[in-house]
Design a protein around this ligand. Structure first.
Ligand code: FES
Length: 107
C-alpha cells in the first residue's frame, strides 16, 4: 500500500434526527461511492494518489454533506453525488478547488 498524496474525508455521521441534519442521513455514502468510481474511471496515477475515507462528524452539520481534502485543507459543503465528477476533475486531478462548493467557516 502506498501513502496517498491527498486524502478525502467524507462525513458519514448519522446524528439523531432531533439534533438536526446529518451527512449520513443526507446520502453521503453515495458521495463516497461516486468518488471511488470517478477515481477509477479517471484512471492513471490518480487512483494511487488519492484515498477516500468516511469519517465521523466534521462539525458544520447543517452545511452537509461535508467533506475535506487534505493536505490541501479545502473543505466542501452541500456536496451532492452530482458534484463529485467536478471535484475529481478540477480539484483532485488538476489541483483547482471547486470554489462554489467551498466551506470557509463564514456561515
Ligand atoms: S453530521 Fe456531517 S458534519 Fe456533522
Amino acid at each position: 500500500m502506498n501513502i496517498p498524496e491527498k486524502h478525502v474525508f467524507v462525513c458519514i455521521a448519522n446524528r439523531p434526527p432531533v439534533t438536526g441534519a446529518s451527512c449520513g442521513a443526507g446520502g453521503s455514502r453515495e458521495v463516497i461511492d461516486r468518488l471511488q468510481f470517478a477515481l477509477l474511471e479517471h484512471g492513471g496515477p490518480l487512483v494511487e494518489k488519492v484515498r477516500v475515507s468516511g469519517c465521523t462528524c466534521l462539525g458544520p452539520c447543517e452545511q452537509g454533506i461535508n467533506m475535506v481534502v487534505y493536505p490541501d485543507n479545502v473543505w466542501y459543503r452541500k456536496v451532492t453525488p452530482d458534484d463529485v465528477a467536478e471535484i475529481v476533475q478540477s480539484h483532485l486531478a488538476a489541483g483547482v478547488p471547486v470554489e462554489r462548493l467551498r466551506f470557509t467557516g463564514d456561515v
